[in-house]
Design a protein. Structure first.
Length: 410
């Protein structure tokens, strides 16, 4: 049983799959972990029929990557695989590959995030599939692209952070490079993958012909740094937004405040006023210009730290607001999930899982006024839809039974 969740307060009371922008689009999804599943989940949220191809017994790596009382149906997997149906088929067997060939003859999109060459070795390369289905969109997300010195490497978030230069850029040279704790590369690349698929679908509306869509974590992380890269390429200067002298994170008596001293006239004068100082710190020669502030940043930020440490987070956010300075309390994820803004934006939704009952997850972040995202089913159990999917694709009962006996479907 699945529950349809209306995900926009201005939308009609019930949003059906046939009313959504991607209704009628079939996606055969070979992706695992984060990058690919985040892309295909959004396709499903907006109406696509996403058939998730999984390994018998093991399934998507995310089913087993985090110990949990619900085993393969743990929250890490549930987070990225709603609005999909699971087909557990053994692609090592000829019969298993034949099942997928049948599905792919009629599919609109096939998506993978394997290392370069894996789909080709299985017989599902772009040329293989377009020979029988010229309209198919063959989409691939990899770590580094299909060619080049790193093309053989697997794509992983922290590795992409390191290679792309993102990890090296820190608030201060005294801080050790470290892994950003949320899979930023995976998510951004997944969004680029989804965008590429949508562009290819739009092109096919005009031409009737599909095409290859390729994205890589390496390219996506470089693109994230478009401003910094342009400055480096044209001026030989490294921009570091996290190292600006009037910005930072400062501890208070009960937490921390993030302050951004920019986007406003005379920001240091305003900071001085917020602190209740008798002087404008800009009047000091050491802090009079931006160049001087950069040069003397340690001394300037020590003044900031001393003042923030004297009162509460709420007190200082109030004082900074009075001066029109950008700021925010540093929230934990738990606090953010409980924040009124999260609920006003309808960012938490529920769906009924076939064995777990109601599960909660984050809503799609793209808000459409008449065809909003629709959470029609929770993430599937491994192989939950084997028989259903094969019936829909012309397999009779005898053939399905034989495939089960052979261990092709499990």
């Amino acid at each position: 049983m699945s529950t349809v969740i209306d995900t926009a307060t201005t939308a009609p009371a019930t949003v059906t799959a046939t009313a959504l922008p991607l209704a009628g689009i079939t996606v055969v999804d070979f992706t695992q972990v984060f990058m690919g599943p985040s892309a295909t989940q959004l396709l499903g949220d907006y109406g696509a029929d996403v058939i998730k191809v999984e390994r018998p017994g093991a399934g998507d790596i995310s089913r087993n990557s985090f110990p949990d009382k619900d085993g393969q149906d743990n929250p890490i997997f549930l987070a990225m695989n709603r609005n999909k149906r699971s087909l557990s088929v053994d692609t090592r067997k000829d019969e298993g590959r034949a099942v997928l060939q049948q599905l792919l003859r009629e599919a609109d999109v096939v998506v993978s995030n394997f290392r370069s060459g894996v789909m080709e070795r299985m017989g599902f390369g772009y040329e293989d599939l377009t020979a029988e289905n010229p309209g198919i969109i063959w989409a691939s997300g990899t770590g580094f692209g299909p060619e080049g010195p790193y093309s053989h490497k697997g794509g992983q978030d922290a590795i992409a952070q390191a290679y792309s230069g993102v990890m090296w850029r820190r608030n201060s040279d005294t801080v050790t490079p470290s892994i950003y704790p949320t899979p930023l590369c995976d998510y951004i690349t997944g969004m680029h993958l989804m965008q590429g698929i949508l562009l290819a679908l739009r092109t096919r509306q005009v031409s009737g012909v599909g095409q290859k869509v390729e994205v890589s974590m390496y390219d996506s992380m470089l693109h994230l740094q478009m401003q910094e890269a342009c400055m480096q390429l044209n001026r030989g200067y490294e921009v570091n937004w996290g190292a600006m002298p009037l910005s930072g994170v400062f501890e208070t008596t009960d937490g921390a405040v993030c302050m951004v001293g920019g986007f406003t006239p005379d920001p240091l004068a305003r900071i001085s006023e917020a602190f209740g100082l008798d002087e404008d710190l800009t009047d000091r020669p050491a802090f009079a210009t931006l160049e001087a502030q950069f040069k003397n940043k340690p001394d300037l930020q020590e003044i900031f730290r001393e003042h923030f440490a004297t009162n509460t987070t709420a007190y200082w956010t109030g004082k900074l607001e009075e001066q029109g300075l950008l700021n925010a309390p540093v929230h934990t994820l738990e606090q953010t999930l409980e924040d009124e803004q999260t609920h006003v934006n309808n960012m938490i939704v529920e769906a009924e899982h076939s064995t777990l009952g109601i599960v909660k997850m984050l809503n799609a972040p793209i808000r459409l006024s008449t065809t909003p995202a629709s959470v029609r089913r929770a993430a599937p159990r491994l192989g939950e839809h084997n028989v259903e999917i094969l019936h829909e694709n012309g397999f009779d009962e005898a053939t399905i039974s034989r495939l089960i006996e052979l261990g092709v479907l499990r």
